[in-house]
Design a protein around this ligand. Structure first.
Ligand SMILES: [Fe+2]
Length: 306
């Protein structure tokens, strides 16, 4: 590798290796492990060290077993090839390294194939607490341990199948603006459902409420806040509520939903698909998240190629 690349490391927002791939439209890349700087590894070490005690207290048991099963290193950024070697035999899931943003349909379609798009960069060491975009700590320390659990992994696959169903059932709508309107509403519903479960879900555990959502499990501050703060509203997961609930991304979540088990979550994704087929998702409440043009386009293109 050229000297200039290895000197800058793989820091989020400052990673020429990743930016160059992006500029060429290359989505799937290698981890380029040798490019991580000592500061990048130090960022991982610090993030891991301070969250460990929070995990012991607030993470759900499936996640803790996953951290152990993957033998997630605490002193350096993990090699994804090592993680995958341990993960694959358990549930068939693989972390797949990407250069950044994955358009909506492609993201869900990866889940359907048991691949999880994973960022390789890590946040700058002076911005440990909050980064709007995902980094390898969020993706690998927050998401991937959950993928060792069979029921949870199957639930992600069902989400992936729902995206295919959404593309299919709206493909037949002749009136283009109406097709876009219906698809946008379904995508908003799906995005909210995913947000309040896979990203920010809580679960009833043997010792009280615990977290399984990766947005919580990768956030030192929010993990404790989500479970302990009196300001957070926590309610049993209700599909009709979740799909209509505005999802805000720039502050701690004021409302969270609790599931009893992943078996229940899986059956709710089934129900979601059923509602989609019955046309119940064409008019969900407006508001966040906004549906990006590129995400919409990815669903339309997928439908056109069916
Ligand atoms: Fe995430």
């Amino acid at each position: 590798m050229p000297e200039t690349l290895s000197a800058t490391g793989l820091t989020t927002g400052h990673a020429p290796f990743v930016e160059e791939a992006r500029s060429r439209g290359k989505l799937y890349i290698s981890q380029a492990y040798e490019l991580y700087s000592e500061e990048n590894h130090e960022a991982w070490r610090q993030l891991f060290a301070r969250i460990q005690s929070k995990w012991e207290r607030y993470a759900n048991p499936h996640f803790l077993r996953g951290v152990e099963a993957l033998d997630l290193p605490h002193d350096r950024i993990p090699r994804l090839s090592e993680i995958n070697r341990r993960l694959q035999p358990l549930t068939g899931f693989q972390a797949k390294t990407v250069s950044g943003y994955v358009p909506g349909f492609l993201f869900f379609d990866c889940l359907r194939r048991r691949e999880f798009p994973t960022t390789i960069t890590i946040r700058p060491i002076d911005r440990m607490d909050y980064l709007p975009e995902p980094d390898i700590f969020h993706d690998v320390a927050g998401h991937v341990p959950m993928h060792t659990d069979r029921q949870f992994a199957d639930t992600l696959v069902r989400f992936g199948e729902c995206a295919a169903t959404a593309a299919q059932i709206t493909a037949g709508v002749r009136d283009y603006p109406e097709r876009v309107r219906r698809l946008t509403s379904i995508m908003r519903a799906m995005s909210r459902f995913f947000w309040f479960t896979v990203e920010f879900g809580l679960m009833r555990g043997p010792n009280g409420t615990c977290a399984y959502g990766s947005g919580l499990l990768s956030s030192y501050g929010e993990l404790e806040h989500a479970i302990e703060s009196d300001e957070v509203q926590r309610y049993p997961l209700q599909l009709e509520w979740v799909i209509n609930q505005v999802a805000e991304i720039d502050h701690y979540q004021p409302i969270l939903f609790v599931v009893d088990s992943f078996e229940r979550l899986f059956s709710e994704v089934d129900r979601f698909e059923q509602w989609m087929r019955e046309g119940k998702l064409y008019n969900v409440a407006p508001g966040l998240p906004d549906i990006a043009e590129s995400d919409l386009r990815s669903f339309l293109d997928a439908a056109d190629s069916i």
